[in-house]
Structure formats: C-alpha cells, structure tokens
Design a protein around this ligand. Sequence first.
Ligand SMILES: O=C(Cc1ccccc1)Nn1cnc2ccccc21
Length: 326
Amino acid sequence: AQSGTVAADPQQYDQAYLSPVTIGNSQLMLDFDTGSADLWAFSNETPASESVGHAKYDSSTGTELQGYSWSITYGDQSGAAGNVYADKVVVGGVTATKQAVEAATSISTSFSDNTDSDGLLGLAFSSINTVTPKQQTTFFDTVKPTLAKALFTCDLKQGNAGSYTFGYIDTSKYTGSVTYVPVDDSQGFWSFTAGGYSVGSDNATSGSVGVSIADTGTSLLYLPAAVAKAYYAKAGGKFDNQQGGYTLPCNGNAPDFNVAIGGKTFVVPGSYIAYAPITSGSQTCFGGIQANTGIGFNIFGDVFLKAVYAIFDVSQGAPRLGFAAQ
Ligand SMILES: O=C(Cc1ccccc1)Nn1cnc2ccccc21
C-alpha cells in the first residue's frame, strides 16, 4: 500500500501554497486545491505569451484522450481550458500510473501572472471534474484504492513550509485530539457545518457560522456578513469600498477569531487576520476575514487551514473532515 508526504511551500502572504509534482518527465509546482477537482498544468500546448516564467507539462510523455477537453472557472472568475492526457503522476512518492492530466491551451491572466504556480491539483470530489465527454478522477481518487488509508491531510503554516500527506496521518503534526465532523459532498466540496464563534480572548462561542467548505485553493476566510461585521467592530476595522473588503490596522493588536467545529473551539490568531498591507509599507492591512456575500456558503480557506491540522478522510465510507490544533 502507498503513502507519502510532500512539502507545501507558501507564496508571499501565504496567498497560496505550492507543492512539487512529477508528471511524465516534467517537474512542476502545483497549487493543491481542495476547492476544485481538475489537475491542470501549463503545457507545451499553452501559448508562449501566456506561459512566460512557468514550468510546463510536456504532453509528449502522455497518451492523449482523443476528443476530450476541459474548461474551468473559479469563484474569482479566473479560469483555464485545454486538452486531456493520461500520464504518470508522482506526489511525495505516491504514484498514479494513469492520471488524467489536463494540458492548458488557454489560461487567464491571474494564473499567467503568478509565475510561482505551474497549475493546480484538485482535491475536491471528482463529481465536479470538468473533463468532457467522460469525467475524470482527481489524483486522490485515482490512487485511493492503493493507499494504506483512504485519506489525505493538510498541514499548512503561516509563512513556513507545511505539508500534505496521502494515506496516513502524521500524529506528530498536531496537539490534542482530532475532532471529526460529517461532510456533505453533494456539491463536490468538502462541506461541513461550523458552529458558534467569538472574537478575542473569550472563547465561549455563540451563534452559528453555518455551512462551510474547506478550501486550500482560497487564501482567506469568508464568513457570514454579520460575523465579519462583528469581528471588525472589535478589531477596529472597516469596510473599504475602494479596497473591496474589510481592512484593519496592521499593528499586531488584531483579536483572535474562535470558531466551534464538532463542539471543539479552534483559534485563528489575530496575526493571521491582519493579512497583508493594502499597499507595500502601509499600516493598514487587508482583512483575512471577509464577508461571504454572493457565495452562498462560508469558505474556510488558508487563513483558517494554516491554524489547524486537517484530515480529509473517506476511509469510513461516508466522507468526513478531521480537525486538530497545531
Ligand atoms: O473559487 C474559490 C472560492 C469560491 C468562490 C466563490 C464560489 C465558490 C468558491 N476558490 N478557489 C478554489 N480554487 C481556486 C483557484 C483559483 C481561484 C479561486 C479558487
């Protein structure tokens, strides 16, 4: 049975985390994304003007899936599209001998401009994979039958390299016990229900945060408008239309955000919520908590995930998420 671990290296401000992946004879840095289910990469089929500075997948090592294509649009309206190959993919020693690899023929500017990232490796449920005419499986779903345990874990860190594991739980990566909650995979996401919340030192939580997805492909923590408002009322922040979201002082006094999941309270340090100066050198920071307006559910992105050890587990049949303090 297979198991393995791979580094998750943070970009500036932990905007995304990148991991080394070997596809055929190509070595790429991919953004592991529990919020989508396509494995796509810059490739020899990507226009040169769109792939400056990126490592590319050389599709000559793959077997083209004739007539197959893919096209994906993310919540921020970025996207990519292209053709499909079957090729060998190796992540941290775990090998998928015939993985659907989506070679990009067109890519939106936010991806082309981010030269650290050579593509995405989707880890949401394969039910939202965009390949047509025959939907393909994610890397995790492809290797799942060969894994020691049908699970992967995510240990992201603030400003430091973290890791993903496949097939095993690294008990040295967390403190205390793991709290498991049921996952509703009906929309293809790792969706769970978060409970009460509180701001600052009082971690007796109240209210209800509600339906949420665990999404490594999203940088920030998107919460109900009322919760975001309550946080910034205590943090001395404000909604800044020009910035398109809440901002707050970068001065290191941001209060923690506490949220109950499965009856256990998890703490997001205030330092994670003073996310990044709105412009270089500014004393005003863009907020790591934003309102989920227009999304329809909460998104527990990297600002939350880097505060916990997360276990994405389908070993029990029904999918579940495990969270532990780190
Ligand atoms: O798209 C989202 C968040 C989202 C926003 C609105 C509705 C549903 C989900 N995250 N994400 C996941 N992978 C991504 C890749 C690029 C950009 C955003 C990405």
